[in-house]
Design a protein around this ligand. Structure first.
Ligand code: FE
Ligand code: FE
Ligand code: ZN
Length: 276
């Protein structure tokens, strides 16, 4: 089964997102758990959830990917900023149980001058506070481009976080194709080698999802600017190689390309055509 979708606006609820996904040829999607800049989450509507779960079942949807607000910084030096990250993630994970067995992705954080090691220690501390044995959601650490003092620019950094977390079985990784190339992993010329590195350092069993994006910047730029599929430095051939790679093809793919819905529909149709 080829699971592909894109980032959708969550403002009208799960059922509206599910219908939008179907309209554009998707069978999964990503959404922000609340305003991407933070703020209060919407109240959960049980009717919306029930309707969505029926629609998802009927249309054989793949796993959903919730995305934490990107302003959270679990590695912050400022205690109140870290507390906000903790409270937000804890609340998000509680709400995620209304749609059980899905994924919750977050940007590990930026150490803002404290050093990578201290940042990693703080991120692991937050995860140890928010992860619960009984949760059905898997929390994904996103591979980052390494902009500023971002943590998660290397597989080693992600593995160091995982190593310090007690409930490791609740953790996975979401690989963003724009970010890893930007971070210095050459998935255009040596995809097999990069996946071998991932397997040796983290373990491919932790890889749960792919953010499928092209990039506006050349290799190892550390800039994090997404581009439409086939219009950037990754190019169509590399992206097609990724969706068809034997070690990746069964994972869900989520587009976060600069598009409106019609653009997403075109890219999804293109990827389906190129799926071997
Ligand atoms: Fe992200
Ligand atoms: Fe991403
Ligand atoms: Zn990005």
């Amino acid at each position: 089964m080829f699971y592909i979708g894109c980032h959708l606006s969550a403002s009208k609820g799960f059922t509206a997102m599910g219908k939008k996904a179907l309209e554009i040829g998707a069978n999964t999607f990503q959404f922000f758990t609340r305003n991407p800049r933070g703020g209060k989450a919407k109240d959960v509507s049980e009717k919306d959830i029930a309707d969505f779960l029926a629609l998802a079942k009927e249309n054989k949807f793949g796993v959903l990917l919730a995305h934490a607000p990107y302003t959270l910084n679990a590695a912050a030096a400022d205690e109140s900023v870290r507390q906000f990250a903790l409270d937000t993630m804890a609340d998000d994970l509680k709400r995620m149980e209304y749609v059980p067995h899905n994924y919750y992705n977050f940007h590990p954080g930026s150490h803002v001058g404290q050093g990578t090691e201290e940042g990693i220690r703080k991120i692991a501390g937050i995860l140890n506070a928010v992860l619960k044995k009984e949760q059905t959601t898997t929390v994904l650490l996103e591979t980052m481009a390494g902009k500023g003092s971002e943590i998660g620019r290397s597989f080693e950094e992600l593995q160091s976080i995982i190593e310090q977390v007690e409930l490791k079985e609740k953790l996975g990784v979401c690989l963003d194709t724009c970010h890893v190339y930007d971070a210095g992993y050459d998935i255009v010329n040596r995809l097999d080698g990069v996946l071998e590195d991932f397997d040796r350092i983290i373990g491919l069993d932790r890889l749960k999802a792919i953010h499928l994006n092209d990039t506006k910047n050349p290799f190892a730029s550390h800039k994090d600017r997404h581009e439409k599929l086939g219009h950037g430095f990754l190019g169509l051939d590399a992206l097609v190689g990724i969706i068809n790679h034997p070690k990746l093809r069964d994972l869900p793919f989520y587009l976060e390309t600069p598009n409106e819905l019609d653009g997403y529909a075109m890219e999804i149709a293109l990827m389906k055509k190129k799926r071997g």
